[in-house]
Design a protein around this ligand. Sequence first.
Ligand SMILES: Cc1cc2nc3c(=O)[nH]c(=O)nc-3n(C[C@H](O)[C@H](O)[C@H](O)COP(=O)(O)O)c2cc1C
Length: 172
Amino acid sequence: MTSPDLEAVPASAYREAMAQLASAVHLVTTDGPGGRAGLTATSVCSVSDGPPTLLVCLNRGSSAYPAFLRNGVLCINTLTAAQEDLAADFAGRVPRAERFEGREWGKLQTGAPVLPDALVAFDCRIVDHHTVGTHDVLICEVAALAEIRDTDGLLYAGRHYRVLPRRTASAG
Ligand SMILES: Cc1cc2nc3c(=O)[nH]c(=O)nc-3n(C[C@H](O)[C@H](O)[C@H](O)COP(=O)(O)O)c2cc1C
């Protein structure tokens, strides 16, 4: 169902408005019969803690997309401030086939690639998906979690990467 009111908002104005929101930055990765693939994403959101479930919105036009649906699993690797280069690589600076080169990737339950020094990682099974415009909303049940790192986070806001300093105990 399409609302006539929503059609009055141009996509460019919507994108500019959304650029004002600050988001954590993630590498969303997958592996399995559909091959290994990954991309940079900010559209990740918690849905429920019972069962632990999150959603991620993926552009169906991205080269990595078919692998996600075929494999049915993914890992959300949340990046640290030191991993800005990886965010650019997985956003298209490096071709899909070469994005995983040059580092050791781990695994948890599902076999999706886990970035060992990520801020945190959510290893997931895709339990449902819904098509909305250009994107699919993937509903993902969390099968396992990686250890949380005590380090600065990476944010994307105003079309720039920024550092989110880790709050220390002494800072209150
Ligand atoms: C900061 C940032 C956030 C992004 N967030 C998303 C996202 O949430 N979902 C998505 O499908 N693509 C997102 N993208 C785009 C993909 O990373 C990029 O288009 C894709 O990996 C490159 O396409 P390819 O895999 O076909 O080379 C984002 C890109 C950047 C730089």
